[in-house]
Write a protein that binds this ligand. Structure first.
Ligand code: ZN
Length: 433
């Protein structure tokens, strides 16, 4: 398939898209049945004749795959011999042990195409220059993907790595990037640094930001508190992107900011409820994916653990593809706290919005009767009794329950956030696992 036809699939009718996906699905099933030890066994154990699965509806006859399968039987998912593998990427292991995702040369080209198409969706042009404020090593697939996708557009790239606001600003002022790729809470740190050092951010060269790893929107697509804090201070366009190592594919927003666009030639996506039944548009469901065109480690009905909503009306940008909301939460990170259900992103949004709080880490643990408890480690702007009272009152009002609160120093919060691999700051510690 040529790049031109790949690209236009985002603008086709839903029937045309389904027909294209069904053809690719049939190829995938034959391929898995020949080459994947894990899926061969799964088909045999469930009496599945791959020749019978023809349509997207038929796909539901196949059991789902979960992260634990990948963790326990990582090698059995590999469909090629070792000499075909070029790149050994790995999941971060934030939730359980890391999984190696191996890519062939074709998979790397697919990954490049995926991110090329994503950055074009996010209004990327050949005359853009992107400053990458993220890890490019440590087996991190996304860094590699952004680099190769932007390169394919023909835009410029500055690989600066994560953190160090002073260096980021020196480089922005010197090399004049038009765009940045960064974690939104770090963009906010950049703004604070600029304000403290008399840098006029709105006269800088940066006009857009591709936001990774954290939400900038509520599920109705309005900007959340973090997104608002950024755009109130800095006149830039934000584009959210959602991806995972396992799916080797991104959902990236267009300029309309109405959810991340699905790339139907690269992925079949289903949103499932607890009983593995599809949810309706606008309902929360677990993102479940089937990779298309992956050679090294293809996945079939893989449950990502991410809870999102989807929308399927055509977008004002002209694309007809399904759009995903920001991640409401990780299924595993759901907190059942004193009778309420809470996901870390909404807790983060609340904490980000409180001006008394400079930074935080949220910790969840099980109490002696096995119920979830929440302990917030908070770095206050300026610790006073008044500040403490405001924080507690605000938490109580918004959550309707009172989490435990402890105040910490700058050094302690840094230590908690940047332990282990240090790809991104840890804001959530789950001691229940
Ligand atoms: Zn759009």
């Amino acid at each position: 398939m040529t790049e031109q036809t790949l690209h236009t699939s985002s603008y086709q009718s839903q029937q045309q898209i389904a027909a294209m996906q069904e053809q690719k699905l049939q190829q995938l099933l034959v391929y898995l049945n020949q080459n994947s030890p894990f899926y061969k066994e799964l088909f045999a154990a469930n009496n599945i004749d791959v020749e019978v699965i023809k349509t997207l509806d038929d796909l539901r006859l196949i059991p789902t795959t979960v992260k634990e399968d990948l963790q326990k039987r990582n090698d059995d998912f590999m469909c090629v011999s070792r000499d075909k593998i070029i790149e050994y990427s790995s999941t971060s292991g934030t939730l359980g042990s890391p999984v190696v995702v191996a890519l062939t040369e074709n998979d790397l080209q697919r990954l490049t195409y995926n991110e090329y198409s994503s950055f074009i969706c996010a209004d990327g042009k050949p005359d853009d220059v992107y400053q990458l404020m993220l890890t490019l090593d440590r087996q991190f697939m996304a860094g590699l993907a952004y680099y190769s996708g932007i390169r394919k557009i023909g835009a410029g790239i500055i690989r600066l790595g994560p953190g160090v606001p002073s260096l980021q600003w020196d480089t922005i002022l010197r090399l004049k990037p038009t765009a940045i790729v960064a974690v939104p809470s770090f963009i906010y740190k950049l703004i604070q640094y600029a304000n403290e050092h008399n840098i006029d951010i709105n006269s800088s060269s940066v006009k857009k930001a591709v936001c990774i790893g954290e939400n900038i929107r509520n599920t109705d697509f309005s900007l959340n508190i973090l997104g608002k804090k950024i755009t109130d201070a800095w006149n830039i366009q934000l584009y959210s992107t959602y991806a995972s190592t396992e799916m080797q594919t991104a959902f990236t927003e267009c300029g309309q900011g109405k959810g991340g666009h699905h790339q139907p030639e690269l992925l079949i996506v289903e949103l499932l409820d607890e009983h593995n039944q599809p949810v309706a548009p606008g309902e929360p469901g677990e993102v479940t994916i089937t990779t298309l065109g992956v050679e090294g480690m293809p996945l079939l009905r893989y449950k990502t653990g991410d809870i999102c909503q989807y929308f399927d009306e055509p977008c004002a940008c002209g694309r007809t593809t399904l759009r995903l909301s920001s991640v409401i939460g990780r299924k595993k990170q759901m907190i059942k706290f004193k009778g309420t259900t809470l996901y870390p992103p909404s807790l983060f949004d609340l904490l980000n919005g409180m001006e008394e709080i400079l930074d935080f880490v949220a910790e969840v643990y099980s109490n002696e009767i096995g119920m979830d408890e929440v302990l917030l480690h908070i770095l206050p702007v300026n610790y006073t009794d008044e500040c403490d009272r405001k924080i507690r009152a605000n938490l109580q009002a918004r959550l309707r329950v009172s989490p435990h609160v402890t105040y910490v120093q700058y050094d302690e919060i840094q230590k908690m956030q940047y332990k282990e691999s240090g790809r991104k700051p840890f804001k959530f510690i789950d001691r229940r696992l």
